[in-house]
Design a protein around this ligand. Structure first.
Ligand code: FUB
Length: 837
């Protein structure tokens, strides 16, 4: 369903932004339909404890009949902001039913909430009235009696319930006949017989369906959807009338059981876009409200209806005025405080977004795309501006931005916050943003969502403004020292929102910055010479960072250093939660070793160091031989990258212990690209790039592999040798293995720097004969992050097109970073050395 109201609202928006806007804004506020995140129907209002609840049906998207599965609840305290409470009752709540969750009404009695519904009974293959009970207006609800309250006819739909001042409860229902019954005080059993109300011209505008004369024009025709209420000493039965299309008419009586007197129309037939109508009437905060439904939400219609509301005043003689459907809806009767947690699903109007529910979070806003927005009306900031805004969000992808604006979509930007990848669609994190433009008084607030076009950006659970700033003590209480700090160093610290907090003592420094994840953050100096800064929320996983002290980029002395970015860099590990357990040491898992091995390379005439992972069992199974994976780092890194930043040994230990991969050695050497961006004298950079790490190939083939096979208990044939690498290491992997398929039979490239390949001709045409290649290479893996542009997907597609078997993996929400490569390794190694061909 496309919930975008572009056509409908574009005129309104333009108008609101024009000079005339301030004058017209109040008139042109679109409030109807009151719910824009899904289709709702058959409204039944109920006031309880100062809140107005509306119980609705839920029309399915793209429906061609009333294939309704559940009922929903919304509430308001101000008539303009509606909170979505999700669907606490559905067909599945009734064991005996299987279809058609149609009109309903809920009422409170003695602290319990009784929700009368109609739905299809599989016991009698007819419609039936059911009753659910709950302890709160929003549930949970359960079938109160485990069977239908009344069933046996297709007539039995649309229950309305009413408790009179003397405590007697009544239930009316029916289409095209009208029925009623008294309810016992328990509210879940009928008191006496069911009565069929006699329809006459005087009572309903026409005789009952059996007695109507064909072709005769009657004053009106009772159709369905009765709503019983009382005002003063008068009883009102309002209902859908006229056959199809329906309008709303009503009858009045001095008793709850009639005789009824037909009183005419309330909402005449008009362009509502729906052939049914269904009303509910209530008073709230001194006003009278008429709820009904239309087919006016974009994409909607007769089977995609939406609840709307109008305010009205009874005529002096107690009769209804004529009420017409409007887009503007009703005026606010209260304000909303932004200083308490406000559910994101409290919405006055929205475009584009949907809502979802899960047991842990409850209802939250989903389906957020670039340009969508939520409007919240009558937000009272009072006389003192807030200092910060906190939002709770989750994203399995790269997130996006929330712009907070006042009074219109293009209004004053008072706060802005980046939403990061949080590790999953239900991996919630709360993020704080400064309020950069002071705001006081009452405003409409727009949460305008920005991000990459096309994809869903993030989920949004709640928001709250605050007048507090975090003190140093609070920073300490709400954060923890990064695991990558040298023991004893308290900073950098990470908070729950995955922002890093830095603090340095440097009274003499003129300017300090932190350079983290491609962004330079200016630090603020306090009177005691301490410099502090808080970063934006960071993506989980490992990130390099630097301190820039008066213009000089240096490693942070409080962090362990990691060889990356062509130098020793500081690193910060942003914890991932249980999803990251696979790259952390686990209790009970036998641990292998990472050995540092020195050897002499004839090819380069130098002593070199490589790192070798041996699985835990290597020490005990002294006769066993092992296959070998050669694993390369990327540009500007060295042989330590995979064990320090990549957590390779933990990934291997965990996979081996769980039986997901065979025990193997992993050998990591320097790809000789530690300082690749320094062009050598007299040489062109492009030419230089092509040669980056050129010395490594001979080292690997002539010195490293023979040394490993001499020193360790390895299998030395191609069937037991694999190679993989990340980024430039991926390039080196293809360049090493493809011309030497006599030596390797498993190949992987993680974010491989492999550009512009003509797959038919590259590497001396190794891919040209797909059948031969697939026989030789037992497993070819290409992986990358969704947030990087390395053309890996395209390469995989081109290879598949010519028949090459290649496994392609995308790491959700990660870029050209170590989390992508940890994930790639985790997915790659289980396929090694299990040749099933
Ligand atoms: O929503 C399904 C049916 O449509 C209701 O039960 C009727 O009142 C009509 O609105």
């Amino acid at each position: 369903m496309n919930m975008k109201l572009e056509c409908d609202l574009s005129g309104i928006r333009k108008c609101m932004m024009s000079g005339l806007s301030l004058l017209l804004a109040g008139v042109l506020q679109a409030q109807n339909p009151i719910v824009q995140t899904c289709y709702t129907s058959d409204p039944a209002p109920m006031v309880h404890d100062g809140t107005l609840y509306v119980y609705t049906g839920h029309d399915e998207d793209h429906a061609d009949f009333f294939w309704m599965q559940e009922w929903r609840v919304y509430s308001t305290k101000d008539m303009v902001n509606w909170t979505d409470h999700g669907s606490p009752l559905a067909i599945e709540s009734f064991d005996w039913a299987d279809d058609r969750a149609w009109a309903s009404q809920c009422i409170e009695r003695n602290g319990k909430f009784y929700w009368y519904v109609c739905l299809h009974s599989k016991l009698t293959n007819t419609m039936a009235i059911g009753v659910a009970v709950g302890d709160s207006p929003t549930g949970p609800f359960k079938d109160a009696i485990g069977r239908p309250l009344y069933e046996g006819s297709w007539d039995f739909i649309d229950p309305t319930v009413f408790v009179d001042d003397d405590g007697q409860a009544y239930l009316y229902w029916g289409n095209p006949n009208v029925y009623y019954a008294k309810l016992n005080a328990d509210m879940v059993s009928l008191d006496g017989e069911v009565s069929k109300v006699e329809q006459t011209i005087e009572s309903f505008g026409s005789p009952g369906p059996d007695k109507r004369e064909k072709g005769k024009k009657y004053k009106d025709i009772y159709t369905e959807g009765p709503w019983l209420h009382k005002r003063g000493g008068t009883y009102y039965l309002s209902y859908a009338a006229g056959g199809v299309p329906e309008h709303i008419a009503y009858s009045m009586s001095d008793t709850p059981t009639g005789p009824w007197k037909y009183m005419g129309e309330i909402m005449p037939l008009q362009d509502t876009g729906s052939f049914t109508n269904h009303c509910g009437v209530t008073d709230y905060k001194g006003n009278s409200y008429f709820f009904y439904h239309t087919g006016k939400l974009p994409g909607g219609g007769g089977f995609g209806r939406s609840v709307a509301v109008e305010q009205f005043s009874y005529n002096p003689d107690g009769t209804f005025p004529i009420i017409n459907a409007t887009t503007e809806g009703v005026s606010p009767v209260g304000t909303l405080t932004p200083y308490q947690r406000v559910e994101a699903e409290t919405i006055a109007f929205s475009e584009g977004v949907k809502s979802e529910w899960n047991a842990k979070t409850g209802v939250y806003v989903s389906g957020i795309h670039d340009g969508d927005y939520i409007k919240v009306r009558e937000v009272d900031f009072e006389d003192l501006s807030p200092k910060c805004l906190c939002v709770s969000v989750a994203s399995a992808l790269r997130g996006g931005w929330i712009e907070v604006r006042t009074d219109s979509i293009g209004g004053t930007l008072i706060a802005e916050t980046r939403v990061p990848h949080t590790g999953g669609w239900e991996c919630w994190t709360s993020i704080e943003a400064d309020v950069t433009v002071p705001v006081t008084g009452v405003h409409d607030v727009y949460f305008v969502f920005k991000g990459r076009k096309g994809c869903e950006l993030f989920h949004f659970d709640w928001w709250k403004f605050s007048r507090q700033e975090m003190t140093e003590r609070e920073v300490k209480d709400r954060t923890q020292a990064a695991s990558t700090n040298i023991p004893g160093y308290e900073y950098p610290r990470l908070d729950e929102e995955r922002c890093a907090h830095f603090r340095f003592y440097a009274p003499q420094a003129g300017r300090l910055q932190v350079d983290c994840c491609g962004k330079k953050y200016d630090m603020q100096k306090d009177a005691d010479g301490f410099w502090t800064v808080k970063t934006d929320p960071l993506v989980v996983g490992f990130h390099y960072y630097f301190l820039i002290a008066d213009g000089v980029q240096v490693a942070d002395p409080s962090s362990y250093t990691f060889f990356g970015c062509c130098r020793m860099a500081s690193g910060i590990e942003v914890p991932e939660g249980v999803a990251g357990d696979y790259y952390r040491p686990q209790q009970g898992v036998p641990h292998g070793q990472v050995r540092s091995c020195t050897y002499y390379s004839e090819a380069k005439k130098e002593f070199r160091r490589c790192m070798v992972y041996t699985p835990a069992e290597y020490e005990t199974k002294v006769k066993k031989r092992y296959p070998v994976l050669y694993l390369q780092h990327g540009m500007g890194e060295d042989e330590t990258g995979w064990s320090a930043q990549g957590c390779m040994q933990h990934i291997m230990d965990n996979l081996i212990a769980s039986g997901q991969c065979v025990p193997m050695l992993v050998v990591m050497d320097s790809g000789d690209v530690e300082a690749p961006f320094i062009p050598r004298k007299g040489k062109d950079v492009n030419e230089e790039r092509a040669l980056y790490g050129a010395s490594f190939y001979r080292v690997m083939l002539e010195d490293l592999i023979p040394m490993i096979d001499r020193t360790f208990r390895t299998y030395t044939d191609r069937e037991h040798r694999a190679m993989a690498g990340l980024s430039w290491g991926g390039h080196q992997t293809l360049t090493t293995t493809l011309p030497h398929l006599d030596k390797f039979s498993y190949i992987g490239a993680f974010s491989g720097a492999i550009f512009g390949l003509d797959v038919k001709t590259c590497f001396d045409g190794v891919f040209a004969d797909a059948g031969k290649f697939n026989k030789q290479v037992h497993y070819l893996f290409l992986g990358c992050g969704t947030e990087e542009q390395f053309g890996t997907r395209k390469l995989a597609e081109s290879l598949r097109k010519i028949g090459i078997h290649v496994d392609y993996y995308e790491s959700q929400g990660t870029a050209h970073e170590w989390l992508t490569w940890r994930r790639c390794l985790y997915r790659f190694v289980p396929h090694l050395f299990k040749n099933r061909k």
